[in-house]
Design a binder for this molecule. Structure first.
Ligand code: NAI
Length: 344
């Protein structure tokens, strides 16, 4: 039976992996530790490992895995900005779950938007305290408002469908526009200037890092809402905080935060939060922070487990690794996978 080391394991991860593992014939050892160069040695004796979004799969960690004969790193996520795919190339295969439920993430983005606009978080606290006043809870109709969607891949498209259902005017920016869909594309500059709400659905890369910076924030409409369920590094958080303090930004719904990796998914309720920007953001009535939970639906967890185990089965059976990624995949014609079963 092939042995798999599963890092950063949480109770909700185990349910579906345990359900499917015997069907696939794998033995899984769950480690609560996050994966990094400091814990990579724990993969000794395993041919494959499973990691998540805040595990640090850098060159040093990869070299330790290779020394320990690990053959496959499986991300139980779609995003892979936390993996040095160049360092892994030719040494260890990297697979991911490209789509497990775009609905889960798009619906969470909508949940943040609705909660902020209709002040559900504040109303919840008020009524529990016997305060039935409505003062300060005025929202606005989403119907007829303009929402700017940055990134129109799988999640962005579902988000757009939902917004159309609300009767919103949707404009979008993507350097690779989706073909054949009813999406009104504009330039990023136009989107920034015209939107009442902006939702981010693009990956974090060196080109998109801090794409929402002081200059873009200054060009936005006064009172704009910003929703980020993609990756924290897309937004310059300090600049966002300043723009909220000056009331340039009307509200922010953040499922991700650029310095989240040491905080999110853990309980720090008995300690003093040292990150002053996050602490200030959380303290604001017009900001909702959730801890990277947009993916967290039963449907998504089931799909993540099944696809991850299918990825391992494909590797061990020498089948095509359709969900493999490498640094050459996006360079036209240069990745082996176009002609062969695998990236290398
Ligand atoms: P996708 O790959 O289907 O779509 C991403 C889109 O972004 C593509 O159409 C691409 O052309 C576009 N894009 C690339 N560079 C861009 C740029 N500079 N400006 C605008 N658009 C750009 O990915 P999918 O599945 O829709 O996921 C989007 C992101 O959502 C992921 O990269 C990931 O970071 C995040 N995510 C967050 C989760 C959460 O739990 N909060 C769960 C799953 C994904």
């Amino acid at each position: 039976m092939k042995k798999i080391a599963f890092f950063d394991a949480k109770p909700y991860d185990r349910t579906w992996f345990d359900y499917y593992k015997e069907q696939f014939g794998f033995e899984i050892k769950y480690f609560e530790n996050k994966f990094s160069k400091d814990t990579a040695f724990m993969a000794h004796g395993f041919e494959a490992i499973v990691v998540f979004v805040n595990d640090e799969v850098d060159k040093e960690a990869i070299d330790i895995l290779v020394e320990n004969n690990v053959k496959v790193i499986a991300l139980r996520s779609a995003g892979y900005n936390n993996v040095d795919i160049k360092a892994a190339f030719n040494k260890v295969h990297v697979v991911r779950v490209p789509a497990y439920s775009p609905y889960a993430v798009a619906e969470h983005a909508i949940a943040l938007l609705l909660a902020l606009n209709r002040q559900i978080h504040r109303a919840y606290n008020r009524t529990r305290d016997g305060n039935f006043s409505l003062t300060g809870l005025t929202g606005f109709d989403l119907h007829g408002k303009t929402v700017g969607v940055i990134g129109t891949g799988k999640i962005g498209q579902v988000f757009i469908d939902i917004c159309h259902g609300f009767g919103m005017n949707v404009i979008a920016f993507d350097p690779f526009p989706a073909q054949g869909l009813d999406i009104h594309y504009v330039t990023l500059d136009e989107l920034i200037k015209k939107s009442d709400m902006i939702s981010l659905h693009c990956p974090l890369t060196k080109d998109t890092h801090h794409m929402i910076d002081p200059e873009k924030l200054s060009k936005m409409k006064d009172g704009v809402y910003i929703i980020n369920t993609s990756r924290g590094g897309l937004i310059d958080s300090k600049a966002l905080l300043n723009a909220i303090k000056t009331q340039k930004i009307g509200a922010a719904g953040l499922d991700v935060y650029e310095e989240e990796s040491d905080l999110f998914y853990e309980d720090f309720s008995n300690t003093i939060l040292q990150d002053d920007i996050l602490a200030r953001l959380i303290s604001l009535p017009n900001v909702i922070v959730t801890s990277h939970q947009a993916f967290l639906t039963e449907d998504a967890l089931c799909n993540i487990a099944k696809t991850t185990l299918e990825n391992f089965a494909a590797y061990f059976n020498n089948d095509p690794l359709i969900n493999e990624i490498c640094y050459q995949c996006n360079k036209s014609g240069s990745c082996n996978k176009k002609h062969e079963k695998r990236c290398f």
